[in-house]
Design a protein around this ligand. Structure first.
Ligand SMILES: [Zn+2]
Length: 291
């Protein structure tokens, strides 16, 4: 068990009061985590336990218990997520016997660097589009407010570079945040998949990592486009069949009425260790010749 530790009412050297910590599940918290690409339901929940129990700092085991009591699920990758919350907030380690507890202290004075962030020039270039990349509404005609969005969220290994930015209206941005948040349990697999240079491999590794699960086509499209935009990632999937992979597809109607598709891996085959695009072209040529 942890010892009760009181949080000192520290004041900064200049005498001004330190910035108060955001309340759990507040907009302020969401924005602070979002700024780092860390705003997911799991991150917010972990923060809430650190906040709630900051006078009796919890161990990871206790955080996991609180999590389970509230959601009926064990948190995945708790250690990583707690560290990521710690990129924004100062979390001290408190040793109690053999255990380590985590005490939420305050805001980080200097937030840990994760790349320089978006430059003014890039922001200008992206927003110049004047149009939401998702719903197509414009600043001029529809009066939407555009924000710069990371196509692949930073939490999934998305980079701070122009080809990973797009302009989204605030509504689409919020929708995307919810959508991606629902996949946070796959964050490690996605992070692994997006790191492959070839789109075929990114798609294949995502479906392999999430084997047995139905994956929405939007997610596959996003991962396929992680390094280069893929106009037609469905074609990449058809091509993967040449290599012996098999997929199942089903249609699904969203609450909004929009019909979308979901995919799952039906059969896996290890991918050869050579560039896939030329190999697929060769296989397709051989097939044609055989006819
Ligand atoms: Zn939009």
């Amino acid at each position: 068990m942890t010892m009760g530790v009181s949080v000192a009412d520290s004041t900064s050297p200049s005498g001004s009061a330190p910035r108060p910590l955001p309340q759990p599940y507040s907009t302020e918290l969401s924005e602070a985590l979002e700024h780092r690409g860390r705003d997911t339901p799991a991150h917010e929940r972990i923060y809430s336990y650190l906040f709630e129990y900051r006078n009796a700092p919890p161990t990871d085991a206790q955080i996991a218990d609180y999590f389970y009591a509230d959601t009926g699920q064990r948190p995945t990758q708790l250690d990583r997520r707690r560290r990521e919350v710690g990129e924004v907030f100062q979390i001290e380690q408190v040793r109690t016997g053999r255990e380590v507890a985590y005490r939420l202290v305050g805001w980080r004075a200097v937030q840990l660097a994760r790349g320089a962030g978006i430059s003014q020039r890039d922001r200008f270039v992206v927003l110049q589009a004047g149009r939401c990349a998702k719903c197509g509404r414009t600043v001029a005609d529809d009066g939407v407010k555009l924000v710069v969005d990371h196509v692949i969220p930073q939490a999934w290994g998305g980079t701070d570079s122009l080809d990973n930015y797009q302009a989204l209206c605030q509504e689409c941005n919020a929708g995307k945040k919810d959508f991606y948040g629902s996949f946070d349990e796959y964050a490690d697999q996605i992070r692994e998949a997006v790191n492959y240079d070839e789109p075929h491999r990114r798609i294949a590794m995502l479906l392999k990592a999430t084997e047995g699960e139905w994956i929405p086509s939007d997610l596959i499209g996003a991962v396929a486009s992680a390094k280069q935009f893929q106009e037609d990632w469905q074609k990449r999937m058809r091509e993967l069949r040449e290599l012996g992979l098999q997929f199942e597809m089903r249609k699904k109607r969203l609450p909004s009425g929009r019909v979308t598709t979901e995919w799952k891996l039906a059969r896996w085959k290890d991918l050869p260790n050579e560039p896939l695009a030329p190999l697929i072209r060769r296989l397709e040529r051989e097939k044609k010749l055989a006819k």
